[in-house]
Design a protein around this ligand. Structure first.
Ligand SMILES: NC(=O)C1=CN([C@@H]2O[C@H](COP(=O)(O)OP(=O)(O)OC[C@H]3O[C@@H](n4cnc5c(N)ncnc54)[C@H](O)[C@@H]3O)[C@@H](O)[C@H]2O)C=CC1
Ligand SMILES: N[C@@H](CC=O)C(=O)O
Ligand code: NA
Length: 444
């Protein structure tokens, strides 16, 4: 039996998929025929050889072609990717995609359509590139009550932060390298602003906690405000910067009768150098899963790039073919979008989790860098502002002084974010203060 694949998109990942399929390392892949490849331009020079009659700009035709069994969507962006996936499902095709942006927003629609059409939609490549994480969450880890998923799940930003830390190169230089290596999204704002990590944590949380996660409800901050100075000071204090995506159940307050809440967010974070995620560098990603009775598991590896991402896509293809050969359907991973996935094994009730907690209500330690006139009493004035809002300080240090401006760096104890923000607003009003260029959460 031959399985005919229709490939949509022949960019970084699409080319990697063709390269694997043209030199198959697994006998099952010899049953795969690349029947059609949808591209934007027929004349563009390619790194892989595709018979010209199989290249087409008519992507609609591929997803409705009765000869095609499996559609692999590697276009990126929301449209036409979403419509093509839905049309492929409608025509009874199995679908593989790496498109987290589409799944995070339209997962419910897509998985409902797939359930109706009795086809599978697989997306291991969409989260953490080459690291197998969706399958483990769906199967090997299912016996647990999952409590937390913390991830470094954007390769571009982890690469940029690592390069700025280790090589001392600028943000722009590091981003240009990440783009040249094929890590970044077509619009790298999605990486830099944290939107791509938010798409991925929406998918992970939906799967881990078995409930729908509205993408817009995820507070999201990117890495643009992290300067080389902050990286250096953080290092001196034993911390490193990471763009963390967090999803964790947060027990309800004793006074509240409401449901427990799902704390879900993306933001730059200072982690102690001893933290299990602190040593994840370069384009690598890592996902830390905490559950009961499991404890903690960390899966790490290459999170972006041609080879690793294509490896995940072709892994899904193998899973699909193995199932098709026995007539079985691969269980769809994301039925948690509508809350159908049980929270734990054994048919327990789905959790009553309210999704999203405003950042102001959360607690963290904070790193703050203040620029102020180098005058007697300025540290005292800053300390008083923090004290006025019940923000206790672990450390307040004057660092370097440039043209009579001192850099004062503060590390708070664990405080409510709203209190810290009120203190910061008051500090900004001090006549000696010129600005607060650095304000970041510290998690341990
Ligand atoms: N590059 C990476 O490291 C990773 C990428 N992904 C995802 O994989 C997907 C593909 O990413 P890349 O290969 O990096 O992107 P890319 O931009 O290198 O490739 C996309 C290709 O699709 C083509 N395309 C886009 N819209 C089209 C249309 N309407 N008609 C015909 N062709 C069209 C583009 O011309 C381009 O050649 C995206 O969803 C991305 O988020 C996921 C994990 C890692
Ligand atoms: N742009 C993404 C690609 C993989 O998902 C990233 O940098 O992680
Ligand atoms: Na993956």
């Amino acid at each position: 039996m031959v399985y005919r694949v229709g490939l949509l998109g022949l960019g970084t990942v699409g080319t990697g998929v063709v390269q694997i399929l043209q030199r198959p390392g697994h006998p099952l892949l010899r049953a795969v025929d690349i029947g059609a490849v949808g591209v934007r331009s027929l004349d563009k020079p390619r790194e892989v050889q595709i018979p010209p009659e199989r290249l087409t700009t008519d992507l609609e035709r591929i997803v409705s072609d009765p000869e095609i069994d499996i559609v692999i969507e590697l276009l990126g962006g929301l449209e036409p990717a979403r419509s093509l996936i839905l049309k492929a499902i409608d025509h009874g095709k199995q679908v593989i995609t790496a498109n987290k942006a589409v799944i995070a927003r339209y997962g419910a629609e897509i998985f409902q359509a797939a359930a109706q059409a009795k086809v599978s939609v697989l997306l291991e490549a969409a989260v953490a590139g080459g690291i197998p994480i969706l399958q483990p969450l769906q199967q090997s880890l299912r016996a647990n009550h999952l409590q937390a998923v913390w991830g470094i799940i954007n390769g571009t930003t982890n690469f940029i932060l690592s390069q700025m830390t280790q090589e001392g190169i600028s943000f722009e230089e590091a981003l240009a390298i990440a783009q040249a290596r094929g890590y970044a999204e077509a619009d790298p704002s999605a990486d830099v602003e944290g939107w791509d990590a938010a798409d991925k944590i929406a998918i992970l949380a939906s799967l881990a906690f078995g409930l729908p996660v509205e993408r817009e409800h995820i507070p999201c901050e990117g890495i643009r405000d992290i300067s080389a100075t902050d990286i250096r000071y953080a290092r001196e204090w034993g911390f490193t910067f990471k763009l963390l995506a967090i999803a964790q159940s947060s027990p309800r307050a004793a006074s509240s009768a409401g449901p427990s809440r799902l704390d879900i967010r993306v933001h730059p974070t200072l982690l102690p150098l001893t933290h299990p995620l602190a040593s994840i560098n370069g384009v690598d990603n890592a996902v830390l899963v905490q559950g009961d009775p499991l404890g903690q598991v960390v899966l790490s590896g290459p999170g972006a790039g041609r080879g690793p991402t294509a490896s995940a896509v072709v892994g899904d293809l193998l899973t699909l073919i193995a199932h098709l050969q026995t007539g079985a359907q691969v269980p769809n991973p994301l039925l948690g979008f509508p809350p159908l996935l049980p929270f734990s094994a054994g048919g327990a009730e789905p959790p009553q989790l309210q999704v999203g907690i405003p950042l102001a209500e959360l607690e963290a330690e904070f790193y703050v860098r203040v620029l102020a006139q180098d005058q007697p009493g300025v540290i005292g004035a800053i300390g008083t502002c923090f004290g006025n809002h019940r923000v206790s300080l672990e450390s307040i240090t004057q660092k370097e002084c440039h043209r009579e401006q001192a850099e004062i760096v503060i590390l708070t104890h664990t405080v409510r974010e709203a209190d810290c923000q009120r203190a910061i607003a008051e500090i900004r009003q001090l006549p000696q203060v010129a600005g607060i260029p650095g304000l970041f959460r510290v998690l341990r």
